[in-house]
Design a protein around this ligand. Structure first.
Ligand code: PLP
Length: 421
């Protein structure tokens, strides 16, 4: 089935009512037929619904649909992108272990890995996403995850997914890819050897900035990598918190199964059924929107590149961009999503341009159908010194745009006016 068909149909079978829209099961709990039924559900002898912190019929459709789009075996929805990332790591590593992360990560992922997980006893070691060869020197027998973004936010780099997963596979280490910005419409990391993908569903999934949520997807056949792998004893030994269950012995996708039964149960960062329903509505137009976002972003980048006030434009779809080759390799048709940035001479000039735009909203978000403009040096990165700003790829004159779905004629006209004001 083609992606656009899956986006409309995957994971949903109509009930006797023939309901065209996926119903919202806005419920906390589910009645058992009798005590035997209840006992069977808890023992996994029968699959069904127990309590919405663990599973829910509306969320099921969202999970199945997202897994299909990504080309994975199963998915777990979570309350946010940050909790999906936390679950992917906490399902792999424990105190005393380490994870290897790309330096070019979303700010929240950097603080989670470098600071919060450190307090849980998990050490983060960093490599440059442009230099996967740095990874091997960081690996030891306590390394449990290699974590990176396929299309990085905010630096807008494209990871060489195959080069990274090849190194991970040499050591039997799990790779976790944040595929939020690229989306499964443009990039499917499992086709290039990745094991787990995570997403902030808060961005392009609804596409309208409607809800916070996340999703974690497991690739097909991950069982083989986990089975008897000494790095992942907790998948191969009885789980005392679940009456001795051995995850690799159950005929269900083991990574999402453990994340659900153990982490979602105990940490409880569950998505609401209503938000799952919003994500399902968004997914119906996912493929159409991502092509338009990419088309608009490329045209806007080309305009900016030709403007005398602009020093540099970062968009992987531009032939001048150092990520161009990776973008052609990893993104369908070389379409690169809606995120771009450009640099002008100074902080003063950048803030003047941002304030002069009318169509672009000054918001720290991405992936909305309405265009968004941000100036990292005065907002998300304001505590950094000028040299630190340059080192992390956000110099004082950098402006980031999440290109929306407005007419490109209006988007160019507004930025041109702001540049020349
Ligand atoms: N990953 C990326 C690439 C992001 O851009 C974000 C948020 O901006 C997140 C994860 C976190 O997602 P959420 O805000 O849904 O927790």
């Amino acid at each position: 089935m083609e992606l656009q068909t899956k986006a409309l149909h995957a994971g949903y079978e109509k009930g006797p009512e023939g309901t065209m829209a996926v119903p919202i099961y806005q419920t906390t709990a589910y009645e058992f037929r009798d005590t035997e039924h209840a006992a069977n559900l808890f023992a996994l002898k029968e699959l069904g619904y127990i309590y919405t912190r663990l599973n829910n019929p509306t969320t099921d459709v969202f999970e199945k649909r997202f897994a299909e789009l990504e080309g994975g075996e199963a998915a777990l929805a979570t309350s946010s992108g940050m909790s999906a990332i936390f679950f992917a790591i906490a399902n792999s590593a424990e105190a005393g272990d380490n994870i290897i992360c790309a330096r070019q990560l979303y700010g929240g992922s950097l603080t989670q890995t470098a600071h919060t997980l450190k307090r849980f006893g998990i050490e983060a070691r960093f490599f440059d996403v442009h230099a996967p060869e740095q990874i091997e020197a960081l690996v030891d027998d306590k390394t449990k995850v290699i974590f990176f973004e396929s299309l990085t936010n905010p630096s807008i780099d494209v990871a060489d997914i195959e080069a990274i997963t090849k190194i991970a596979n040499k050591y039997g280490i799990l790779t976790v890819v944040d595929n939020t910005v690229a989306t499964p419409v443009l990039c499917r990391p499992f086709e290039f050897g990745a094991d787990i993908s995570v997403h902030s569903a808060s961005k392009y999934t609804t596409g309208q900035g409607l809800a916070i949520g996340g999703v974690l997807v497991e690739r097909k056949g991950l069982l083989e990598k986990l089975k008897a792998n000494p790095r992942y004893a907790h998948f191969n030994e009885p789980d005392n918190s679940y009456h001795g269950l051995v995850y690799v012995d159950v005929p269900l996708p083991p990574f999402t199964l453990r994340a659900r039964l153990s982490l979602l149960r105990d940490i409880g960062a569950v998505v609401s059924p209503f938000n799952s329903w919003l994500f399902i509505q968004g997914i119906e137009t996912f493929t159409l929107r991502m092509r338009e976002h990419s088309k608009n972003a490329l045209l806007l980048s080309e305009f900016l590149e030709s403007h005398p006030k602009v020093k540099k434009v970062n968009y992987p779809g531009l032939k001048s961009n150092s990520n161009y080759e990776n973008a052609q390799k990893y993104f369908d048709g070389g379409a690169c999503s809606g995120l771009l940035s450009f640099e002008v001479d100074s902080l003063e000039e950048a803030t003047k341009i941002v304030d002069a735009t009318e169509l672009y909203s000054l918001v720290v978000n991405i992936g909305d159908s309405k265009s968004i403009i941000t100036h990292p040096a005065s907002t998300t990165h304001q505590q950094l010194s000028p040299s630190e700003l340059i080192a992390c790829g956000a110099p004082a004159g950098l402006i980031r745009i999440s290109c929306g779905l407005e007419s490109i004629i209006d988007l160019i006209a507004d930025i041109k006016r702001a540049l020349e004001a």
